[in-house]
Design a protein around this ligand. Structure first.
Ligand code: PMP
Length: 357
């Protein structure tokens, strides 16, 4: 604490991301990164960046990249917004579109950055409890609100809402912005981007960090009505004119041009997810149905999830444990390569055997 801090900074409780340890031999299943590299075309595009491109400022409006996203989504470039990771896009969304008098609704178990942005911008957040089976019932959001945000698939549960549910949510809330955070949509869900032209109150946010294996590059994107995007541009241009750097603009264009690589990587993760789920179930875990690149799994009641988390860590395998109401008995495990998933299952099987001996 410093006497120079503003009142806002004194009051903040910042978000804590999953750790990024430097040890190269660790099996890192804690931040839902892709276990596979990005398309080789991305690396080629980065190698082709010359001194001139770095000497100059990048295109502040990322015109070529917005056009590429728009064309892939069947939208206009005015319906696309880009930022430095979807965390930055979301931060601008909270400030520009969700800061109203009525409370912002989001699920009680969802992305733990949402309450942090509420605090930062003085937004009253209201948590809507998930059902006992951890599902989201869209009817629960039919109450006065100044906006709604939910991850789909939800994080950290991995559970998916279908487009029919998203449509019902939009119809029941025509006077507020509904933000669908689709960080994990490419691993088995149907994107609500298809609904953008039907609903002027829908904003869909996606990231290049997971399914496109570009977490290190920091690019996120939002799709919505041109008026919503215009609002986000106003925030961006009052904050940082160049959030997407010259290297990132070229690299993401190259990634979008290689759909084959992208689909193959997602399919490998989806196949490994089934094997990991089956393996965990064999060890007595309850595994929630996941449409994401992670699973949310609770060991049999006699075992302590936090103790397992720590014991795995000692063996060089890092997963995520949230010490929070309702979910402290679960581990969130990113889907790795088959070899990594095997190593995890083997370690768990030994730990559970020791524990019950
Ligand atoms: N939304 C959700 C639900 C997430 O889990 C994450 C990853 N922590 C993000 C958004 C942000 O991802 P990024 O900033 O890497 O685009």
């Amino acid at each position: 604490m410093s006497r120079y801090w503003s009142d806002v900074v004194r009051r903040l409780t910042p978000y804590v991301p999953g750790e990024q340890p430097r040890h190269p031999r660790l099996i890192k299943l804690n931040t839902n990164e892709s276990p596979y590299p990005p398309s080789p075309r991305v690396l080629d595009a980065i190698h082709e960046v010359d001194g001139d491109a770095l000497r100059r400022y990048p295109d502040p409006e990322s015109v070529a990249l917005r056009a590429a996203f728009a064309s892939a989504a069947g939208l206009q470039p005015e319906q696309v917004f880009l930022g430095n990771g979807s965390d930055e896009v979301l931060a601008h969304v909270f400030m520009g579109l969700l800061q109203h008098d009525a409370p912002l609704l989001f699920p009680d178990i969802s992305y733990s950055f949402y309450p942090v942005w509420c605090d930062l911008y003085g937004i009253a957040g209201e948590c809507v409890p998930l059902g006992d089976d951890f599902s989201i019932a869209v009817e629960d959001y039919a109450r006065p609100n100044g906006g709604i945000i939910l991850p789909n698939p939800n994080a950290p549960t991995g559970m998916l809402l279908g487009l029919g549910d998203i449509r019902r949510l939009l119809k029941a809330n025509p006077h507020s912005v509904v933000v669908v955070d689709e960080a994990y949509i490419d691993f088995g869900g149907e994107s609500a981007v298809a609904l953008v032209n039907e609903h002027d109150n829908l904003l869909v946010v996606q990231t290049l960090s997971k399914s496109r294996a570009l977490a290190g590059l920091r690019v996120g994107v939002a799709f919505g009505h041109a008026d919503l995007i215009d609002g986000l541009q106003r925030v961006k241009n009052s904050f940082n004119s160049y959030p997407v750097d010259a290297v990132a603009q070229r690299a993401v264009l190259a990634s979008l041009a290689d759909e084959e690589w992208f689909r193959a990587s997602c399919d490998k993760v989806i196949a490994s997810r089934s094997r990991l789920t089956a393996g965990l179930e064999q060890l007595g875990f309850q595994v929630l149905p996941s449409s994401a690149n992670f699973v949310f799994a609770a060991p049999a009641p006699q075992y302590d999830a936090q103790a397992l988390f720590l014991a795995l860590r000692e063996r060089g395998i890092i997963v995520r444990h949230f010490n929070k109401p309702r979910i402290s008995s679960f581990l969130r495990i990113s889907v790795g390569t088959d070899a990594q998933c095997e190593a995890l299952l083997e370690a768990l099987s030994e730990l559970l055997a020791v524990d019950s001996a």
